[in-house]
Write a protein that binds this ligand. Structure first.
Ligand code: SF4
Length: 360
């Protein structure tokens, strides 16, 4: 397929985009220091700031060949900035932002372009009508961390070993492929000359990354004791902090749980913000909905039996499994655990005093 410079600008990670830059005969030291490339350097830095602040690389208008070349060059610049900062949080967030930007663009492309991007990302795919087919082993490789049911192989159309996907779902698979690739490639080894040239910008980005990370640090729940959380909720918090994709049911349960034990919407947001695919407005909307701010209904987490049927009752412990069945609800667990004076020395609740209150 013939790919033009606007497409390279939209997908600067393509193998052929690097060849396109080579064809212009631009040397690395020129890119790093020459006045002519000041715009590309600024745009590269803006890519990283976008990733930090918004979780997506913002689209900018490109009117001519110069704009396109600047955009293409901003990509290797951004990679060098991320490598210079060398902070895992930033690297993951940057990989995510490039992946999300690509996905959003691919959702609106014709299928030939989608197939070309897949090819250059080493994801073998072909068109079949208005669907794209991908071998099930590739599908599993890129979707194994997506936990919602729609991504499970049993819920997809599989024929003769191939999975058939809509354009939007295929674009999401490619997002993961790009993220994985960037996370494995970065940080790049940079020599002193490059680090010196990046100088102040790297220091500035490092400070911004630290500020963002600290802002989103979710270890401190104030007076709330995480130690006394039920195992399922601890598990969800671990997932959020590790940046794992959480199934919707788990996000819902955790949000409702944290709300009911007294955390503010901002504190709940801060917890989810440690996830690299954090989208502040989307998450705020979900949190406000579950906490009743916009829905008028304050949702409670599901009961343990429901959590089990959703497959999100993780690592139930001896209190969860107590033969007297004290714990029927994650909130009951937390209430029991928060009554230290009424507990027996064995750690089990005293039958007389610790009957769990009905969940709100
Ligand atoms: S039994 Fe209930 S409280 Fe315990 S881990 Fe399962 S869902 Fe959570």
């Amino acid at each position: 397929m013939n790919v033009d410079s606007l497409s390279y600008a939209k997908y600067p990670f393509l193998r052929d985009a690097a060849e396109h830059v080579k064809d212009h005969g631009i040397a690395l030291d020129e890119l790093l220091t020459h006045r002519a490339f000041q715009g590309a350097r600024a745009r590269g830095k803006a890519r990283v700031i976008d990733a930090l602040m918004h979780g997506i690389i913002q689209i900018r208008p490109m009117a001519n060949e110069e704009d396109c070349l600047e955009e293409i060059l901003s990509y290797p610049m951004a990679r060098m900035y991320v490598s210079g900062v060398d902070d895992r949080f930033l690297t993951r967030r940057y990989a995510l932002a490039e992946g999300v930007a690509m996905r959003e663009r691919l959702e609106r492309e014709d299928l030939d372009m989608v197939e070309e991007v897949a090819y250059q990302l080493d994801v073998a795919a072909s068109q079949e009508g208005n669907l794209l087919r991908i071998h099930f082993t590739d599908y599993l490789r890129y979707t194994s961390r997506m936990r919602s049911k729609e991504w499970k192989l049993v819920n997809t159309e599989v024929k003769r070993g191939y999975v058939f996907l809509s354009q939007a779902k295929f674009a999401r698979v490619l997002q993961q492929a790009l993220q994985d690739r960037l996370e494995s490639e970065l940080p790049l080894p940079l020599n002193d000359d490059i680090l010196n040239a990046l100088g102040d910008d790297v220091r500035e980005l490092k400070d911004s990354a630290t500020v963002m990370r600290n802002q989103y640090k979710a270890e401190d729940f104030g007076t709330v004791s995480v130690e006394n959380f039920p195992p399922c909720m601890k598990h969800f918090i671990g997932m959020a902090q590790a940046g794992e994709n959480m199934p919707h049911s788990a996000r819902f349960s955790l949000t409702a749980f944290l709300h009911h034990i007294g955390l503010s919407a901002e504190e709940i947001l801060a917890l989810f913000a440690t996830s690299p695919d954090f989208d502040v407005s989307k998450t705020k909307y979900q949190v406000d909905h579950i906490t009743g701010e916009i829905s008028g209904t304050e949702y409670t987490p599901p009961e343990c039996t429901t959590m089990k049927s959703y497959g999100i009752c993780f690592e139930p412990d001896s209190l969860c499994n107590h033969p007297n069945g004290y714990v029927k609800h994650p909130l009951s667990y937390y209430r029991i655990k928060n009554r230290p004076l009424r507990r027996t020395s064995k750690g089990a609740p005293s039958p007389k005093s610790s009957k769990p209150a009905a969940p709100r």
